[in-house]
Design a protein around this ligand. Structure first.
Ligand code: NAD
Ligand code: UDP
Length: 323
């Protein structure tokens, strides 16, 4: 294997820290760049002593000058409460961050992967969602800063590819969960586990009949690396996620069953523009990358619950008041 210099923006976050683990263990020279908006150094503290790992505090909305062979662009708040806290900054992070990493990729002739999202499909009226579905996004709603920011970033990636020959990859990531999710990110898996462990009410937004499908983090990271390392004639966009779909109410019951305890399920208002259903069509990833998820929900939840039990929640600061 050839050792590559690899930049991971957003590398201290939930997905980014697992990706850094994998790349460092594979022997690559890894630069983790993060402004720590929604993460903390503890996610990568165990890597700090490794000779092939380097940590840079930087904001991707400002240019970066590094010499690298590959870039994974993950920097962006991902949980609704975080990306809605400062929506203008969220849009800047997606768009200016994309311009900055693409400019660097063009200069260094680096390969660059964009962490896009199932949110580009909005509240979908095609189900499950294949890559050629163009989506149903409200461009002026509270989720638009994230959804439209990610859509604009995809546009920039494909224009740099077509016009400047930049070697790109675009992954559309569906809901992913696992250890190192921020306990106060407000996302459903982290909320339900934190609430169940504390014995407090489990908050179901709306009737709980909206669906999602959840991919365990290890599977997702394997998909990202397979896409980056795959053939240059397959740039995506490609869906990466677990097609096992169920309702949010079912997820609450499953978490309660695995954590135990006496929490009650309580209903809260459904947030505006909350998608009613979401499930990836992963036929393309299976055919072109030979990738499919392997960890089922029970096993993934067990690992995630074990991590939440092991952390001291007092070590975590809520990044925004919106959790
Ligand atoms: P996360 O919030 O844990 O990680 C994002 C990281 O980016 C954090 O460390 C944060 O501090 C950093 N960051 C934010 N703004 C930045 C900026 N301006 N400059 C530098 N760093 C910045 O979220 P995550 O779940 O790990 O998501 C990682 C990426 O994957 C995001 O781009 C997200 O949109 C995408 N994604 C994640 C999911 C998921 O379910 N986890 C689903 C779809 C897409
Ligand atoms: N949700 C919920 N209770 C919570 C947090 C979220 O019922 O405490 C719901 C939310 O309304 C959505 C789903 O769970 O329908 C997934 O929410 P999340 O924020 O994790 O991700 P999304 O897929 O909406 O971006």
């Amino acid at each position: 294997m050839s050792i590559k210099r690899i930049l991971v923006t957003g590398g201290a976050g939930f997905l980014g820290s697992h990706l850094c683990d994998r790349l460092v263990d594979a022997g690559h020279d890894v630069i983790c760049l993060d402004n720590f908006f929604t993460s903390q150094k503890s996610n990568v503290a165990h890597l700090l002593g490794r000779a092939n790992f380097e940590l840079i505090r930087h904001d991707v909305t400002h240019p970066m000058y590094l010499e690298v062979d590959e870039i994974y662009n993950l920097a962006c708040p991902a949980a609704p409460g975080h990306y809605q806290y400062n929506p203008i900054k969220t849009m800047k992070t997606s768009v200016m961050g994309a311009i900055n990493v693409l400019g660097m990729a063009k200069r260094c002739r680096a390969k660059v992967l964009q962490a896009s999202t199932s949110e580009v499909y909005g509240d979908p009226d095609v189900h499950p969602q294949p890559e050629d579905y163009r989506g149903s996004v409200n461009p002026i709603g509270p989720r638009a800063c994230y959804d439209e920011g990610k859509r604009a970033a995809e546009t920039l990636f494909f224009d740099y590819h077509r016009k400047n020959g930049v070697n790109i990859r675009v992954a559309r990531i569906f809901n992913t969960y696992g250890p190192r999710m921020h306990p106060f990110d407000g996302r459903v898996v982290s909320n339900f586990i934190r609430q169940a462990l504390a014995g407090s009410d489990i908050t179901i937004f709306g009737d709980g009949l909206q669906t999602r499908s959840f991919c365990y983090v290890d599977d997702l990271i394997s998909g990202l690396i397979a896409l980056m390392e795959g053939s240059d004639d397959f740039v995506g966009p490609v869906n990466l996620g677990n097609p096992h779909e169920f309702t949010i109410r079912r997820l609450a019951e499953q978490v309660l069953e695995q954590v135990g305890g006496a929490s009650r399920l309580v209903k809260k208002d459904l947030p505006e523009d909350d998608p009613k259903q979401r499930c990836p069509d992963i036929g393309l990833a299976a055919a072109r990358l030979g990738w499919r998820p392997r960890v089922d929900l029970r096993e993934g939840l067990a690992k995630t619950i074990a991590w939440f039990r092991a952390i001291d929640i007092a070590d975590y600061r809520a990044p925004t008041p919106n959790y």
